[in-house]
Design a protein around this ligand. Structure first.
Ligand code: BTN
Length: 264
């Protein structure tokens, strides 16, 4: 599929500027690309795998990665201050790419990609910094493509992109579209960072004003989701009226059931 991806990128007017490594099986594309990053690989190096045996999600979760899905990591070496918005920019790029395949994807803060409320794709950003600057960021992107290949417990809350014909040409086409959109939003981060937050807001799940629960480190906050600010932080209004901003964490909508709030 390496040739397929490189070709698909070229066909989209985006000859790739860095190595693309393709593996039949890997433990995790993020882990492989982190090794390459430490060895000095250039920005935009890509690692792809047809399946992962130890795919990782955010917050130490497992990312089930059977054959047929998209598992891709890309190396970035941002030298600009708005790099903190990268996870949001990546979410917008993935949602937009899925739009090219007929899916109306929505973003749940910070960058879960949902289709009709179910998780279709996920993004894991891992970074290394020196005392003075950010050295690199590995962005790992996983998209469920074959619902039948997912175990029942994952299928219960996941969505999958089913494209007629399926197969490796769809994986290459989707990977290429994701990468092209990522180059566009990366450029926007550097020059027009407000457009990244605006792009994210346009695609966000419509939960503003609704009760949410947010885990941030060892804290769990409950309140109403109010907005995402220009730094990409989620603003939550607590019961006492105070507003807190959370830069990193995991958010869940709480549904009102007969006057109480229920976990969704
Ligand atoms: C999430 O929890 O939402 C993030 C999931 C990220 C999964 C991708 S698949 C490619 C890359 N390699 C990994 O081990 N994880 C990421």
């Amino acid at each position: 599929m390496r040739a397929g991806l490189v070709e698909a990128l070229r066909a989209r007017g985006c000859p790739w500027p860095a190595p693309v490594e393709h593996h039949d099986t890997l433990s995790s594309t993020n882990d492989r690309l982190k090794e390459l990053a430490r060895d000095g690989a250039p920005a935009w190096t890509v690692v792809l795998a047809d399946e992962q045996t130890a795919g990782r999600g955010r917050h130490g979760r497992v990312w089930t990665s059977p054959r047929g899905g998209l598992y891709l990591s890309v190396l970035l070496r941002p030298a600009f201050a708005s790099a903190a918005l990268l996870p949001l920019a990546a979410g917008v790029a993935v949602a937009e790419a899925l739009g090219h395949f007929g899916v109306r994807a929505e973003l749940k803060w910070p960058n879960d990609v949902l289709s009709e409320g179910r998780k279709l794709a996920g993004i894991l950003a891992e970074a290394s910094s020196s005392a003075f600057s950010l050295e690199w960021v590995v962005l790992g992107i996983g998209v469920n493509l074959d619902e039948g290949a997912l175990p029942a417990e994952v299928r219960a809350h996941a969505a999958a992109l089913s494209v007629e014909g399926g197969g490796s040409s769809v994986v290459a086409a989707l990977a290429a579209t994701v990468l092209v959109r990522l180059t566009v939003w990366y450029d926007a981060l550097e020059r027009r960072k407000a457009s990244v937050v605006a792009g994210w807001r346009e695609r966000s799940v419509p939960w503003w004003g609704e009760p949410v629960e947010v885990s941030a480190g060892d804290r769990v906050l409950r309140g109403r989701a109010r907005a995402v600010d220009e730094r990409g932080a989620l603003l939550i209004e607590l019961a006492d009226g105070a507003t807190v901003s959370v830069l990193a964490g995991e958010a869940r909508a709480l549904r009102r059931v007969a006057g109480r709030e229920n976990r969704e």
